[in-house]
Design a protein around this ligand. Structure first.
Ligand SMILES: *[C@@H]1O[C@H](CO)[C@@H](O)[C@H](O)[C@H]1NC(C)=O
Ligand SMILES: *[C@@H]1O[C@H](CO)[C@@H](O)[C@H](O)[C@H]1NC(C)=O
Length: 288
């Protein structure tokens, strides 16, 4: 009972924090645009949101290989899990990078306003032509101004599937090939131990984000795109399995699959399980 109340309380707090960050984002975007630096708006807002979440909710993000994001232009592709993706972006988002998002997000109060004002590329799922136009414009800007573009290439999440990473849409890979821009795959550990509505999970803890080596595309032909997308997905799936679950405290609940896996590991030693399922406050701080 107490853990269910805590779950809802933390959900509520998370929404408030997101609204505050988005409101800050609206103001930061307007100011940044006025002084000719709109490209900094998403970065400014991302870090504000990350720090708010870190100090109010006890989340953190551990990054491996962040230096690989220093060389622009690039197209970053990452796996999509839940709304916690925004927290991951909050920590990761590089300066001069822009995110693509589905156009329905435009109408979310505060968040949508911020995204519109800060130059997000909105993709219309119902109109392929519009999306392609938007992406082509984006590609030009990315090349001209040496920017980054962040894309979640997975198809829409469907509740009917158990796949850990859904098949990729090829947009990101077409763009990369067309613009001869490297693809940078980014893999996020399973965050269902941090937040999961189905199991009423909302715990403090640390997600791990691993930046893989950039994949050059200058030598690729149009016919290679399908294969490239598949290769990148396979590569990310392997990494995801290696990263496993995000480390979390059991403040509310834990997903049954995680508990089962932890039990199996216990049969090896008792000790392993304690390490896998709990982290202390100092570990969370140390992981930063
Ligand atoms: C994360 O773990 C949950 C629970 O075991 C599972 O249902 C889900 O598919 C996993 N997702 C990813 C991206 O690994
Ligand atoms: C996690 O905590 C909840 C609430 O205190 C408890 O009901 C549950 O049994 C715990 N689960 C594990 C695996 O420790």
């Amino acid at each position: 009972m107490a853990n269910t109340i805590l779950y809802y309380a933390r959900c509520f707090l998370a929404v408030i924090v997101l609204m505050i960050a988005a409101l800050y984002g609206v103001i930061a975007s307007i100011v940044a645009t006025l002084i000719g630096k709109q490209y900094l708006a998403q970065w400014l807002t991302a870090r504000c949101y990350y720090n708010l979440m870190k100090y109010t909710m006890g989340f953190d993000v551990k990054v491996i290989g962040e230096e690989k994001l220093e060389n622009k232009p690039f197209i970053a592709v990452s796996n999509h899990q839940s709304t916690l993706d925004i927290l991951m972006l909050g920590r990761m988002f590089p300066q001069g990078c822009t995110v693509t998002a589905k156009s329905s997000l435009k109408y979310v109060p505060f968040l949508g306003w911020f995204m519109s004002l800060s130059g997000t590329y909105f993709l219309d799922r119902s109109s392929r032509e519009k999306s392609v136009n938007t992406l082509n414009k984006g590609l030009e800007q990315v090349k001209r101004e040496k920017r980054g573009l962040w894309i979640f290439p997975e198809g829409t999440r469907s509740y009917a599937t158990d796949l850990n990473i859904l098949p990729f849409k090829k947009g990101a890979f077409h763009l990369a090939q067309q613009g001869k821009i490297p693809i940078i795959p980014i893999v996020v550990s399973n965050t269902s131990t941090l937040m999961n509505p189905k199991w009423k999970v909302f715990n403090r803890g640390v997600m791990t984000v691993k930046v893989l080596d950039p994949i050059p595309t200058d030598e690729l032909a149009k016919e290679d795109i399908g294969k490239l997308a598949e290769q990148v997905r396979d590569m990310m799936l392997t990494e995801l399995q290696e990263l496993g679950y995000s480390k979390a405290n059991n403040d509310t609940n834990l997903p049954p699959q995680f508990i089962e896996q932890a039990k199996k590991e216990t049969s090896v030693t008792e000790k392993t399980r304690d390490e896998a399922s709990t982290v202390t406050g100092s570990e969370i701080r140390a992981a930063n």
